[in-house]
Design a protein around this ligand. Sequence first.
Ligand SMILES: Cc1cc2nc3c(=O)[nH]c(=O)nc-3n(C[C@H](O)[C@H](O)[C@H](O)COP(=O)(O)OP(=O)(O)OC[C@H]3O[C@@H](n4cnc5c(N)ncnc54)[C@H](O)[C@@H]3O)c2cc1C
Length: 312
Amino acid sequence: MGKDFFQKIKEGTSLKALNTMEIDCRPRFFVEIEDEEELKGAIEFAKRKEIPFFVLGGGSNVVLPKIYQGLVIYIDKTDFKIDSSNKDSVKVDAFSGARLPDVAKQITEAGGEGFEWAGGVPGTIGGAVRGNAGAFDSFVGDYTKSVEALNINTYKKKVFRAEECEFNYRNSFFKKNRDYIIWRVEMEFPLANKESKKFNEYLDYRKKNHPEEPSAGSVFENPRVEEGFFSSFPEMKKFKELGFIPARYLIESCGLKGKVDCGAKISEKHPNFIINNNNASGEGVENLIWEVKKRVKEKYGIDMKEEVEIVK
Ligand SMILES: Cc1cc2nc3c(=O)[nH]c(=O)nc-3n(C[C@H](O)[C@H](O)[C@H](O)COP(=O)(O)OP(=O)(O)OC[C@H]3O[C@@H](n4cnc5c(N)ncnc54)[C@H](O)[C@@H]3O)c2cc1C
């Protein structure tokens, strides 16, 4: 790794513009990497200094601290290729830093179906695969063919077939196993039967139903409950068909809509969003998360699980 690369490693950079919650996090070290060699160099730098490191994609699913005592590795490899030469599908080969809205738009324009929901999700392909992101009954994992990932211990790359990625609701092998950094992803989408309006319809839905203020999207997963839950809480029977209870409903019914802590606020428009209302700190967001967990557990006996990652 040349001397030039180490000059790219900066100290005291603000990540405010690189996370959708707009938290002014200052990591001890920060580096933007554009290729695999730089990724390996960044990991090696952190190991030599004996500090933790953290991969940042679109910063749209994280709650960052004021100071991160390690190296933040920002993946700035955003290219992707669309192959529409096939007669019944559209294929995509994307680096992990590729932006979901760009990829979703091009797939839809090429006639592919199934990724329209990602048009309004401000993350990257890497972050989306890790958390099996999805909406409107469609998930990244449904269309992933293979994932190429770098092992941070051996520096060797491995290609995972879809079934090895262990995709599940907001989960994957990569979320459970931090030894791998996703580098490249291949996906395939069936061709739509007719021209679809879903891309714009979903964008409109988000505009209407989600807060405009900075946020990290849905904070909690929608909890699945046992059959007996509905006997204890008959007012919840209306959600039985869904197979889960919407987190927003549980938060609202605990009277937490609009609650504020250190500039962070539980959105009134959609209570499963915590917004940056006024120079919020990660601590403020975290306090609200703990408050929700405590109150929902007390009232309904449900353990709420965060969808966002709280970085320490
Ligand atoms: C307005 C808004 C709407 C949203 N709507 C949705 C939605 O409809 N559905 C949904 O599922 N999510 C939604 N989200 C959440 C979020 O955008 C997605 O989960 C997204 O896929 C996260 O990607 P990211 O690149 O921003 O990840 P980041 O926030 O940067 O990182 C999240 C985690 O992934 C890890 N990570 C990132 N890149 C890699 C990589 N290459 N290899 C290994 N680990 C990596 C990070 O270390 C971190 O642990 C929304 C967020 C916002 C702000």
